[in-house]
Design a protein around this ligand. Structure first.
Ligand SMILES: Cc1cc2nc3c(=O)[nH]c(=O)nc-3n(C[C@H](O)[C@H](O)[C@H](O)COP(=O)(O)OP(=O)(O)OC[C@H]3O[C@@H](n4cnc5c(N)ncnc54)[C@H](O)[C@@H]3O)c2cc1C
Length: 491
């Protein structure tokens, strides 16, 4: 039995590993020139940059994948401690974020009296939410709305009010200082939203961040995950064709009989798994009315990335591996950012000093620095011809805030705006993390991992269940494999 997987993102690669273990022959096609999707790498001027993700959480999902696929994980990961640093634009107002509550309390000693007790209560509540929903809601396939409603009814009713609050409102019930509220809420940005448009149910991510089980750096850079998985797949006979963009399909009755690429080549298999965005593929390739471009535009999408990759000829002092640069207008900025109502001269941004823990990322004595700015997608800001000017303003701002002028030390520079992100990976309007996570786009309401019309067509990745981010894409590979197991039994 043969499976064709369209896309080599983490969702596609993980699904391939699971299917191989079950005895399927697997072939993969990828429109880009190398594997990884968003988990990709930029190699330039002697520097190595992770293009998208720079750390991951929920390491137990990779361990589960390894057990299910019968592999040893082909990469090594180390827990981050501190997990990251947060810089405000007031000199000296910098916080190092530790998992250890006592150490964290010390960071907030001048801001949040009684922090330890408050944080323990918050983590207790978010932990309960996580454990009450992970197997009942998150790691589940739904065949009917009634089945989803039934699962929701199994969740203890004490969590119900969280359906009606946003992330910020929930966090504010526990903490009174702006600083702690803002920093605990940052995880909503990791989901591609803001604390004001992300439902309170996602406060469970605070539990995965601080307790179960932190954030991890991959030795040698995040791209080692992609390289390691591709290597395992190729050793097991999987053929991967790059620069191959699927553009059409062939069908008979309720079955797909093949997909065609831009040159008219036909790819045939018994079943097909789409790792391209589950909503965009239904729109562009399958031309489903429910996913017309106009309808896609009305859906809730995560913010887009503007990314800057800098190779420096010197080490940057005073800065940790992972850093968030905020300002003193958090509520106003977050609320206006999504719809392009803020000036990007003074944005909020994240800085990853890739070479701090990965010496292979920069030549001896140099530094690889990656800056990620969450920005409005192209529905709200179509034109990004000013991307170099925005990058200049950020480089100047960063230099001022860390007290070290990086501009004269830049020997390599690349800036990618939502335009390039959209073109390279077919991300809708450049949205970085795929479909957003409002209640109407979760679980049963997210594009299904099983096609509505063709019974041998399935989906994996960020815009199908359960959601976005590396661990969620790994869970999505588990959920789609369960679908395939159910449809085809064991081989
Ligand atoms: C800037 C940025 C930073 C991020 N940081 C983090 C982080 O720190 N931690 C974290 O956990 N997550 C992070 N994420 C999110 C994470 O990268 C994604 O959720 C995850 O990698 C998505 O994997 P995927 O399998 O869903 O799809 P993708 O990685 O998007 O892979 C889909 C693949 O399908 C291919 N494809 C699409 N259409 C076609 C077609 N027609 N024919 C052939 N191939 C096609 C694409 O080229 C792509 O390679 C970040 C994302 C971005 C953009």
């Amino acid at each position: 039995m043969k499976a064709l997987i369209i896309g080599t993102g983490i969702g596609g690669l993980s699904t391939a590993l699971r299917l191989l273990k079950r005895g399927y022959e697997v072939e993969m096609v990828e429109q880009f020139s190398q594997a990884g999707g968003r988990l990709n790498q930029l190699k330039k001027d002697g520097f190595l940059f992770d293009m998208g993700p720079s750390f991951f959480s929920m390491s137990y999902e990779f361990e589960e994948l390894a057990r299910d696929a019968g592999i040893d994980l082909p990469f090594t990961y180390h827990e981050l401690d501190p997990i990251y640093s947060v810089w405000y634009n007031t000199p000296g107002k910098t916080f190092r974020i530790f998992k250890d509550v006592e150490k964290l309390a010390h960071e907030f000693r001048d801001y949040e009296p009684g922090f330890v007790v408050k944080m323990q209560k918050y983590l207790e509540s978010t932990g309960k939410l996580y454990h009450d929903t992970e197997s009942r809601i998150i790691r589940r396939n739904y065949d009917t709305l009634a089945a989803y409603a039934g699962s929701l009814m199994q969740v203890p009713p004490g969590h119900l009010p969280k359906l009606f609050r946003n992330f910020w409102q929930e966090v504010s019930r526990y903490f009174s200082s702006d600083e702690v509220r803002e920093i605990i809420s940052l995880v909503a940005f990791f989901l591609g939203g803001t604390p004001f448009n992300t439902p309170a149910v996602y406060t469970m991510l605070s539990y995965t961040e601080f307790v179960h089980d932190g954030y991890y750096n991959v030795e040698g850079g995040m791209y080692k995950i992609t390289e390691g998985f591709v290597d395992l797949l190729q050793k097991r006979g999987v053929k991967i064709s790059y620069n191959t963009s699927i553009s059409g399909f062939l069908s008979e009755g309720d079955k797909i009989t093949g997909f065609t690429d831009q040159d008219g080549n036909v790819f045939k298999a018994d079943l097909y798994v789409v790792n391209a965005d589950a909503a965009v593929f239904r729109s562009k390739i399958l031309e489903r009315k429910k996913y017309s471009t106009a309808r896609l535009d009305k859906m809730n999408w995560t913010m887009a990335p503007l990314t800057i990759y800098l190779g420096l000829d010197q080490k940057v002092p005073h800065i940790d591996h992972h850093n968030y640069f905020l300002r003193n207008n958090f509520i106003e900025y977050s609320n206006k950012l999504y719809r392009n109502q803020v000036s990007l001269d003074q944005p909020y941004y994240y800085v990853n000093v890739v070479s701090r823990h990965n010496s292979n990322a920069a030549p001896e004595g140099g530094e690889a620095v990656y800056i990620l700015v969450p920005v409005p997608d192209r529905r709200f800001r179509p034109d990004w011809s000013d991307r170099e000017e925005i990058a200049n303003a950020i480089i100047k701002d960063l230099s001022g805030r860390i007290g070290y002028d990086i501009q004269p030390h830049i020997v390599s520079r690349t800036v990618l705006s939502p335009v390039e992100w959209e073109a390279q990976l077919d991300l809708h309007r450049g949205s970085g993390l795929g479909l957003g996570h409002k209640l109407g786009q979760m679980a049963w309401f997210r594009p299904s991992n099983k096609d509505e019309q063709f019974r041998n067509l399935f989906y994996t990745g960020s815009s199908t269940v359960p959601g976005t981010g590396i661990p969620m894409a790994v869970i999505s590979s588990k959920l789609v494999t369960e679908r395939i197991d159910k449809a085809y039994g064991s081989l």
